[in-house]
Design a binder for this molecule. Sequence first.
Ligand code: ZN
Length: 493
Amino acid sequence: MKKSARDFADINFEDQIRDTREIIKIPSVFDEETASPKTPFGAGAARALEAFLRVAEKMGFRVKNIDNSVGYAEIGEGEELAGILAHLDVMPAGRPDDWKYPPFDAVVENGTLWGRGAVDDKGPAMAALYALKALKDAGVNFTRRFRLILGLDEENGSRCIKRYNETEEPPVFSFSPDASFPVVNAEKGILRLVLTKRSANETSAEEISLLALNGGDRFNVVPDYAFAFVKCGAESRGRIKNILEGMAVSEKDGGILVEARGTAAHAMEPEKGDNAVQKILRRLKEVDFCAGDAEAVGSLCELFGHGIGGEGLGIASEDEISGPLTCNTASVETRPGDRAGKIFKVKLDIRYPVTLDSQRLIENIARKAEDSGFEPEIATHKPPLYVPKDDFVVKTLLDAYESVTGDRPAPVSMGGGTYCRFMPNSVSFGPVFPGQPELAHQANERIQLEDLRKCTHIYAEALLRFNERVTADWDPASHCTHTLNDVTKQNPN
Ligand SMILES: [Zn+2]
């Protein structure tokens, strides 16, 4: 009997593990020190791409390296181009002590492959390549071209995929093995803002004033630490300490240092964290500061001190497809302004539902912020991604998933930003199975070999189905909430 693509995925599986391990052993973390015009994301990333393309070329793929920024391996014939979006750069490994096996040794033990990139995204990238090879080995008659696109800075701004879009042919549709199964068809919009407020400078020596208020740093992290320095005379200290009871307070030269601790979390899931900046704002509001600082602390607290749904800004909302809007008060900092005044800067990371009108959202925030004396500025804005669940691409991927696993869960939405935003009609597809822990970006990143095999089967089934199905009556333009133009002009990060 003629062997199927799945049979060939099994036959080639030992080779697949070998090649995956070789790629994991190349530490392709973004590296400023070896970054140059020739290797824009560092030497390691460039080496990983070279090694991957060599494997693909040996299998008979057409390969191209575009400036060591992004590359691809292509197979098949025909007018239409379908894409698979993966990346070969990895997150820094963090502390070596946190790992059971060294992050770049690619150890296989008890049916599990350990190492940075095992799940995100080298394991899945290699699985996609071997899925394509399985079709080729099975003698499938290609009706379109399939291109596995391999970026080198997905983790650090996705400039690689923008570089791709500058000169290379965009696929008509794509899937990206860089998130989870069954299919991620909705990604919230991500709006990052910096809001600045200048506060008055009329403090006299006797008055209680706020000299510093700092906490948090990165947009996408719920801050776990914040501190404030309250300037006050010796006679008020006891009273202020009483007001701040329960907080960590200590007397310092000229006043009181207040500290708040919380729990860090990713801004796409702020409910998993405990925001230290919000905590300290709510307590500082009780202190009887001089008029200018009382006003500043009051408005900071009102706008940014409560909740994770943008309540203070009046932007709480949700939709059925992608869930609630989330708003992370990511940081606050104080800087000296002119003539002894102060400048407060707040960073917000807002993830908004896919059906929300972003223009109105931005206008509403601006109005509310300006009413309280804040100047809002957009740092970055990524529009949402949404491909309906009855779309050709989503349906085909679900069919493939069901054919291997026997399950057909509904597609899911997420607040994180993947590559898919940068390509039209793309959705995330694997590698993490429903109910499995998320190990990407963490110590002890690993994948079970049986899951890797299952992934490869699912990808092969998806590619087979895409190869068989005609897209002639499919109108991608009517199905997508963004166009290539919208996304390529967005800022990095
Ligand atoms: Zn990734």
